[in-house]
Design a protein around this ligand. Structure first.
Ligand SMILES: Nc1nc2c(ncn2[C@@H]2O[C@H](COP(=O)(O)OP(=O)(O)OP(=O)(O)O)[C@@H](O)[C@H]2O)c(=O)[nH]1
Ligand SMILES: [Mg+2]
Length: 700
């Protein structure tokens, strides 16, 4: 395996709506580059990046996967991501490792919901983007229509850099609008093309598109603009770097054409990635913190820097153990190095580092700044951790995940499986950070929570396939949360100094509400050593653990900030445990004054029913505390869009069936958390209180 330097690496994420052909396209590109010896197919379960049993079975990508192609002296690392809404947290997590994105668009459907959402992710992570209009071989495909839709959605910086030659069944190649050459693909699916003259019948359109591209490249680049005004065009030797720069600056979003299944457009796409997309070094530097919660620092993406790696994905394999996928953010990672985990304080040995091709790994001696790889059997490190040279600490920011939107009670089918269940689930939580496992505060059942019913079903099915544990999935539950509406200040003091070894911990905290979705923030505002540094994490831990257990009805408290600003300690009697207890006491006291309330998930619901039922359905939604947001007719049916609390939707499937004689359908996805209205909240709190004794028991 060759060693690549950062400037010859391209880290490219494929993102976009579900079913646009991302996974198929990766397999086609790998085959074209000679990395695999057959053209893997999603439909046969032989693609390179949908290798997990669950993905093969369902024919959709569930988690992000890694693959690479060596092409023209460069190495392209592909991150194939899911496009289905309930798995999008995986997609966002993988983008941290990417330096550019291919936004894959369906040539028939054009811009879809997840096209816009994943575009938003790319925007958030500052990634240059290429739009790939894919599946041009399909009936009713139209490159031009897709481009119009893309420009409508993302603006006039969306500009074709290629045109398809033929469409639908006659799709046979692409025109490179930079070099003005045609690439005609072999019909055998090799992905290789013949470089030829543009056919006469396509020349007019190609010339117009070329001119439009040249003009867009020149715009915003003074030197090229001058040249363009002087000569009416830009010479090729300036056009290539000009386009490359415009892409890197996110000033232009080129559109190119492909079809992964018949493997048309692969060679030109591989060339495009190497020629026009930035290398990880082009970023210049990455931003992190000098320690968890510390001050911001920058680190150059360069081999000469101390080594640092960021873990962006973890796989829990029942046989191989834990496999960690990482990006080398700076320096050179050598096999057998021992690195410090800057979030956990532990050290880890990187034995057998390797590059990843779907499910296979090839060992390498070293990986340079910007490259992606994997390592097995790290002891503690998990997704979101930074490790590196202990003399140069840095912590890269973690990806913030949404809260899970739905919970189900589960029960092992055989009694003996109860212990196995919790071990297996904890392995799965390492792999999927959105999945949650808890006990219902009221019924004491095991709860598993995720982004949607299918997300939870996939988890249950993984339990069976991978860990051989069968569980029954019971009725869905609402994953309520608790939060605060007011600021509060409180002291928490834990003191036992009578006889024997004493205990002493004392802290003062301020508590403040944060916006929805912000989670928890801890601010250390201690000056002058009122609490010694080494006890401060214990205070935080006491608060975090108390918040997990809830205050009103046993649901986790979220969206608040705690500022630790004062306290006191005792030379002999202070300990971590004493400060942890002090933290938890302060939290409970502050909660009493902070106007606590319950939060519930609100769902975006889209219902399609025959016209004559629309009135009834809307009335029914009002009864469910729903807010109708729109209604549109669509060939004899009506589509109703509404936001409805999840608590009111638990039995909707069967209710809709009976209201519409089985002719209505609906989809639902998580939107946000909102405050539960007072009378309803009172009932939930009362029910939790009624189950009170059991709760105490668990706490002791
Ligand atoms: N005709 C045609 N079908 C394609 C093409 N590419 C993919 N498909 C089919 O489209 C379906 C979806 O392809 P995938 O590659 O799984 O799509 P994806 O974007 O990875 O989907 P998610 O992982 O769910 O986001 C499969 O049935 C493919 O065989 C293509 O170029 N032409
Ligand atoms: Mg896929």
């Amino acid at each position: 395996m060759r060693i690549y330097e950062g400037r010859n690496i391209r880290n490219v994420a494929l993102i976009g709506h579900g079913g646009t052909g991302k996974t198929q396209l990766v397999s086609a590109l790998l085959y074209t580059a000679g990395m695999v010896n057959r053209l893997g197919k999603v439909d046969d379960g032989t693609s390179v990046t949908d290798y997990d049993e669950e993905e093969i079975h369902r024919k959709v990508s569930i988690s992000a996967a890694l693959a690479y192609a060596e092409w023209n002296k460069a190495k392209i690392n592909f991150l194939d991501t899911p496009g289905y809404n309930i798995f999008l947290h995986e997609t966002e997590g993988a983008l941290v490792a990417a330096d550019a994105a291919l936004v894959v668009v369906h040539a028939v459907a054009g811009v879809e919901v997840q096209t816009e959402k994943t575009w938003g992710f790319a925007e958030k992570y500052g990634l240059p983007r290429v739009l790939v209009v894919n599946q041009i071989d399909r009936d009713r495909a139209s490159f031009e229509r897709a481009v119009q839709a893309l420009r409508g959605a993302f603006g006039r910086q969306v500009i074709p850099a290629q045109l398809p030659l033929g469409e639908e069944k006659s799709f046979r190649g692409v025109i490179d609008l930079v070099r003005m050459r045609a690439f005609l693909y072999e019909a055998n699916g090799s992905g290789k093309a013949q470089d030829s003259e543009i056919p006469a019948e396509a020349l007019d359109a190609a010339t117009r598109a070329h001119e439009a591209l040249v003009e867009m490249v020149a715009e915003g680049n003074d030197k090229l603009m001058e040249e363009f005004f002087d000569k009416g065009t830009i010479p090729m030797e300036d056009l290539v770097p000009g386009l490359r720069q415009a892409v890197a600056d996110r000033r232009l979003f080129p559109v190119i054409a492909s079809a992964g299944l018949p493997n048309i457009g692969s060679q030109t796409l591989l060339d495009f990635i190497v020629d026009y997309l930035p290398s990880p070094l082009d970023r210049g530097w990455v931003e992190g913190f000098d320690r968890e919660g510390g001050s911001p620092v920058k680190r150059a993406v360069a081999d000469r820097e101390p080594v640092s790696v960021y873990i962006f994905k973890t796989v829990a394999d029942p046989f191989a153990g834990r496999v960690s996928y990482f990006k080398v953010m700076s320096g050179i990672l050598k096999n057998e190095m021992t690195l410090t985990n800057f979030r956990r304080g532990s050290t880890e040995k990187f034995s057998h580092i390797g590059v990843v091709q779907g499910k296979a790994q090839t060992p390498v001696a070293e990986l340079h700044a910007g490259d992606l790889g994997a390592v097995a059997k790290l002891k503690e490190a998990l997704t979101g951790d930074t490790l590196g040279d202990k003399s140069a600490p840095i912590v890269y920011p973690q990806v913030k995940l949404p809260e899970p939107a739905i919970s189900f009670a589960i029960e092992p089918k055989s009694r003996g499986d109860e212990d196995k269940l919790s071990t297996a689930i904890h392995r799965m939580l390492e792999e999927d950070r959105l999945l949650r496992f808890s006990r219902d505060p009221q019924t004491k059942e095991f709860l598993i929570s995720g982004s949607g019913q299918q997300h939870v079903e996939v988890a249950v099915s993984k339990l069976k396939r991978r860990f051989n544990i069968e569980v029954a999935l019971k009725a869905p539950k609402v994953p309520y949360r608790e939060t605060i509406r007011a600021k509060a200040e409180a002291q928490g003091k834990h003191k036992k100094q009578t006889g024997g070894h004493g205990q002493y911990g004392d802290c003062w905290i301020r508590m403040e509400p944060l916006p929805r979705g912000a989670g928890f923030e801890f601010v250390n505002d201690i000056f002058g050593g009122a609490i010694p540094k080494n006890f401060i994490p214990a205070v935080e831990k006491g608060i975090v653990e108390a918040a997990e257990k809830g205050f009103l009805a046993g649901y986790p408290v979220v969206d608040f900030r705690v500022i630790l600003f004062d306290g006191s300690y005792h030379e002999v009697d202070s300990s971590e445990i004493a400060f942890k207890l002090a933290g938890s006491k302060a939290f409970k006291k502050a909660m009493e004054q902070a106007k606590p309330c319950l939060l519930e998930p609100i769902m975006n619901v889209e219902i399609t029913v025959p016209e004559q039922y629309a009135g009834d359905i809307m009335g029914n939604l009002n009864g469910r505390r729903g807010r109708v947001q729109g209604m549109e007719p669509k060939s004899g049916s009506t589509i109703i869009k509404a936001q409805v609390p999840l608590a009111e939707m638990l039995t909707y499937a069967s209710d809709l069936t009976s209201m519409t004689q089985g002719r209505g359908t609906y989809t639902m996805e998580y939107s946000h958390y909102d405050i539960v209205p007072q009378p309803i909240a009172e009932k939930i709190v009362a029910a939790a209180k009624a189950a009170g004794p059991a709760k105490e028991e668990e706490e002791s």
